[in-house]
Design a protein around this ligand. Sequence first.
Ligand code: KDG
Ligand code: MG
Length: 402
Amino acid sequence: MKIRAVKVIVTCPGRNFVSVKIETDEGIYGVGDATLNGRELAVASYIQDHMIPCLIGRDASQIEDIWQFFYRGAYWRRGSVKMTAIAAIDMALWDIKAKAANMPLYQLLGGKSRHGVLVYGHANGKDLAETVDEVGRYIDLGYKAIRAQSGIPGLAGTYGVSKDKAFYEPADADLPSENIWSTSKYLNFLPTLFSALRSTYGNEPQLLHDVHHRLTPIEAARLGKDLEPYHLFWLEDAVPAELQEGFRLIRQHTITPLAVGEVFSSIFDCQQLITEQLIDYIRTTIVHAGGISHLRKVAALAEIYHIKTGFHGATDLSPITMGCALHFDTWVSNFGIQEYMPHTEQTNEVFPHDYHFAHGYLMIGDKPGHGTDINEALAAKYPYQRAYLPINRLEDGSMFNW
Ligand code: KDG
Ligand code: MG
């Protein structure tokens, strides 16, 4: 089965998405997600200008060889743009292989290990009281695991607090907007939030929190320790993780479980974190780290070290990534949890899919392939609109991590 044509489709049904569609000479096609929030066109060009000429005429069934061709063959290794571009091609080729076999993707991976995929939703509020109410709303919606983010007294705005309660979209301006951050205000406030959540809702709901890369290891150690009485499911991205050994310091001080990895692009970004058991959940995702073929290796390494998966699933990952992730989650033995933020109705129309939410789980369908498609005619109605993620500064004006 030969690759006949490859298209890059850029669309903005409320937010930007980049997708690929690979067509074969046997009439079977597959689709993949290539969205890298805030840097979309760099990936589109990487695929259009540097990958498509090499793909035409290749055997679509040779997924591993094509992966290695683009990984090794580029000479320049890793990097978010390259690994997102490879991921998109990889997802589309797995889609084709599963359709050709007339099987849902999870069957090709090894079959079902569970009947549903446990997900966590995003509760957030402008202050403590509103966040507590929002967590209650998510419990009423059926969620068993809920991430809580809140406005911080004394700060005008922060990561994770959305204008629209149903759909969080941080890429909110055509030039980066600026937030102001204070670590001490945050560290003083956060334990009071989780204390209020546990005293209101008891021990049953699983609670999560995303620090969004804003602490040093010793600050993260203090936070993990302060949160121990409220037994979080995980504390996410406590520090920027370029320095993998930095997690040793956090680990020495706290038993709060740690999750990291949504910005990683390969297994080499988490090798030490995994093999030294410095984390509990690996969040590296199919779209930003080389696709299904590479994530299988990450998950297999993690399994040996008692580390579970907890894939990134914000709305800037398209429904194509979510479809692939859910097939992976349904199969993988060391599954932990899946992040889930529903897309808007407009996005869902452009990307029809066969997964749905029920009682705290996402359920996949049995369609051949990964179960998500793209409506090209509709996609063409929403042209690209430049959108950036915010940046963050300290109260004295210093550039900081967002
Ligand atoms: O594009 C950036 C978002 O995907 C990120 O800020 C979301 O941290 C995030 C999360 O945990 O969903
Ligand atoms: Mg995060």
